[in-house]
Design a protein around this ligand. Structure first.
Ligand code: FES
Ligand SMILES: [Fe+2]
Length: 393
């Protein structure tokens, strides 16, 4: 537990401000359930969490649900056209209201237990409950609201009523997204690939911005490194986000082949843009897809990855279909195996911390973005928070 205390103070002897001289944070931050619960409270319950694209909510009743730690939230479009979010819990005896991930509600949200019905504005329908219960006024009962905002064409929620707005918090990130994806306002949800992975959520984050492994780790990564040109790419790191961008590489690689057609692509580049804490916005060269890679913490040792594909066209072109196949069948599974292998090793008594691989010039294939992620992670905890962790021990 000692190393956890020092990690949360940002005082791990080997974690240096300069990524070129820095050790990684201790393994305990990826294995401790206490740290996990602390992260849910201090990071996930206080920052804006990805829900979907605004086009997921075209019609009244369209909804998406999301788990944040032990909470579940439902986001929907109401009959007046307002976007609303509620805790997904019945006010009677707490049954979860909606178990599906996405769909469309007709007129009301009906609890599966005793059929209490709530309007899309969250209010309880009095005729759905017993009448004449002493001192009970159904017109005063409503679902508990959650903050919801549309930002950069996407929809986010925040469990913290005091958090800054997305605009205040993100300082222009929406403009960056708009510059990445030329049709950011237009795509529709095409499909979602879900992976339940036996690793801490941060192992996935590390892997998702690890420029070092791209040309090395397994055959599908080596294809990826030919598909994209990272030598002529760039990296971005700021207070809320980090990005890895590569140019187009060989159009005839074995992953998917791309032609530089004028009408069917979001970007000529590979774009991998992470909004802290846990959502990536991506696209691959010349595909007509905006990928959202949403990492959902489940426990210290497990997480869920949802890879959402948003596409403009109803009928996808060959390039986009090939890119989805490559991600679902080749690159995605290869990365999942890497993540599980890392978590197994983090649990070893022989491993404490490693060393970030960043060369002196902090070149294109170094691990400096992972280091930056931990700057943001450490900054998410206040001095008071750290003191609380010491008491928790
Ligand atoms: S728990 Fe929902 S109606 Fe009883
Ligand atoms: Fe990877």
């Amino acid at each position: 537990m000692n190393e956890i205390k020092t990690a949360l103070r940002g005082e791990v002897s080997g974690f240096a401000d300069d990524p070129r001289m820095s050790q990684t944070l201790p393994a305990a931050i990826y294995t401790s359930q206490k740290i996990f619960e602390f992260e849910i409270e201090k990071i996930f319950a206080k920052t804006w969490q990805f829900i979907g694209h605004k086009n997921d909510f075209r019609e009244p009743g369209d909804f998406v649900t999301k788990e944040i730690g032990r909470d579940s939230v439902i986001v929907l479009r109401d009959r007046e056209g307002e976007l609303r979010a509620f805790h997904n819990v019945c006010r009677h005896r707490a049954h979860r209201l909606v178990s599906e991930k996405r769909g469309s509600l007709k007129v009301v949200i009906t609890c599966p237990y005793h059929s209490w019905a709530y309007g899309l504005d969250g209010g309880l329908r009095p005729n759905s409950v017993k009448s004449d219960v002493y001192g009970f006024d159904p017109s005063k009962i409503a679902l508990v609201p959650v903050r919801v905002e549309e930002y950069g064409s996407f929809v986010f929620i925040n469990l913290d009523d005091d958090a800054p707005t997305m605009v205040e918090h993100c300082k222009g990130y929406d403009e960056r997204l708009r510059s990445h994806f030329r049709d950011i306002d237009r795509p529709k949800h095409h499909s979602t690939m879900v992976y339940d992975v036996d690793c801490n959520w941060k192992v996935v984050m590390d892997n998702g911005i690890d420029a070092y492994h791209l040309g090395i780790s397994g055959p599908h990564h080596q294809v990826f490194n030919r598909m994209c040109d990272f030598k002529n790419g760039r990296q971005i790191a700021d207070d809320v986000s980090l990005a890895l961008i590569g140019g187009p590489g060989d159009p005839n690689n074995e992953g998917y082949s791309f032609a530089k057609k004028p009408d069917f692509w979001q970007s000529e580049n590979f774009i991998d843009d992470l909004l802290f804490p846990a959502v990536f916005f991506l696209t691959f060269p010349y595909t007509d897809i905006i990928y959202v890679f949403d990492v959902i913490p489940v426990s210290a040792q497990t997480c869920r990855i949802e890879m959402l594909y948003y596409c403009v066209a109803d009928e996808l072109d060959e390039t986009s279909l090939g890119a989805i196949r490559y991600m679902n069948e080749d690159l995605g599974p290869e990365d999942v195996d890497l993540n599980v292998g890392v978590q197994q090793g983090l649990n070893s008594r022989a491993y404490d911390a490693g060393r970030f691989m960043v060369d002196t010039a902090a070149g294109y294939d170094g691990e400096q973005l992972i280091h930056h992620f931990y700057r943001l992670w450490l900054a998410a905890f206040s001095d008071e928070d750290r003191a609380r962790v010491l008491v928790m021990d």
